[in-house]
Design a protein around this ligand. Structure first.
Ligand SMILES: [Zn+2]
Length: 345
């Protein structure tokens, strides 16, 4: 019911043609957009990333309605120095996928759009336990998938059954990241090699070195092993962040000043990780918490982002999300429930 209401609100807001006006009223001063894969064939990748069409549309639309696409550093400078009405968008990519170079870069170049790419060491060294790629492969190739650790068998010959089954298992992992390790025997039984998937889907060291020299590119840290940092003790969490930074700086011979928490939700990062990011010397750290940046006083070590992509995203949803109206409505509802509970007390 709540979903249906949300769906109708999105379409109503979009059909009214008021999105650019709503943007001027409700949107923050900056939005950090979060992308992962930019897929030529979104369907064959079970709609896990962002389609080329949605990616291209999002860049064009931002410009049309007056968001200036800038680099992360420029955004920080402008937020501090310019109190004016301009709005800034920052494009970020997580994990270092090869299609960011092959597919997204030509579109970014056409739009003269700077971007940040957050890269974990393990993607480049092919040691990453990229369970999400393994799971996608399982559902792509199988008409029935058994996840022993979950005690579930999915009958999935049809596309929508594959997408639904895959997302159920992903959700199960997000509830407890230790569960990812329990998938190893399932992958082995199906003949799936995570290191081969890493080779196929992630940039290699040479490609990242080349990309890092591109005038539109900045490279940020994303830990050594893409670990959920909250689940680690403090020395291990610090090493995950610091060793990745050191590795990237040596490989690229460039300073690495920005960081993205792997998974980035409240189960994966909090005040301790923000403190560590600051202590290690990063200038900013981004989460996957949904939202825009209101002003220069926002916490630079817990920055929200606007995710774009996944199985249910559309150009309409993206535009309405960027208008800030959903966040404003959620905030108003929160205030209302706070006021009524205060009155009740
Ligand atoms: Zn990531």
């Amino acid at each position: 019911m709540k979903q249906a209401l949300k769906h109708s609100m999105i379409h109503l807001a979009h059909r009214s043609g008021l999105v650019p006006t709503l943007c001027r009223i409700f949107a923050g001063r900056a939005a950090i957009l979060m992308f992962h894969e930019i897929q030529q064939d979104h369907r064959s990748e079970l709609t896990t990333g962002t389609s080329v069409a949605l990616f291209e549309h999002s860049l064009n639309w931002l410009r049309q309605v007056g968001w200036e696409i800038v680099s992360f550093d420029t955004c920080l400078e402008r937020l501090t120095a310019d109190p004016g009405p301009c709005r800034y968008a920052v494009i970020t990519f997580d994990d270092g996928y090869r299609d960011n170079l092959a597919t997204a870069l030509p579109i970014l170049e056409r739009n003269n759009a700077p971007f940040m790419m957050y890269v974990p060491t393990g993607a480049l060294t092919r040691t990453l336990q990229s369970w999400w790629l393994g799971l996608r492969e399982l559902f792509r190739i199988g008409d029935a998938v058994t996840i022993d650790a979950m005690g579930m068998r999915f009958h999935c010959p049809e596309f929508h059954e594959k997408v639904s089954g895959l997302n159920k298992v992903i959700e199960w992992i997000h509830q407890d990241y230790h569960r990812a390790e329990m998938l190893a025997s399932t992958f082995k039984k199906a003949g799936i090699s995570l290191s081969a998937l890493n080779e196929a889907y992630f940039l290699n060291e040479r490609e990242l070195q080349k990309l890092s020299r591109h005038p539109l590119a900045s490279i940020g840290g994303h830990t050594v092993s893409h670990a959920a940092l909250s689940a680690l003790d403090t020395p291990s969490a610090r090493a995950e962040m610091a060793d990745n930074r050191c590795y990237l700086e040596q490989l690229l011979q460039l300073p690495v000043r920005h960081f993205a928490y792997p998974y980035g939700g409240s189960k994966a990062c909090g005040p301790r990780e923000a403190h560590l990011a600051k202590e290690i010397g990063f200038l900013t750290a981004v989460t996957t918490r949904s939202g825009q940046v209101s002003d220069s006083k926002s916490d630079r070590f817990a920055l929200p982002r606007v995710g774009v992509g996944g199985p249910f995203d559309t150009t309409t949803r993206f535009e309405v999300r960027m208008s800030g109206i959903q966040a404003a409505a959620a905030h108003m509802l929160q205030m209302r429930s706070f006021t009524s509970s205060a009155v009740e007390r």
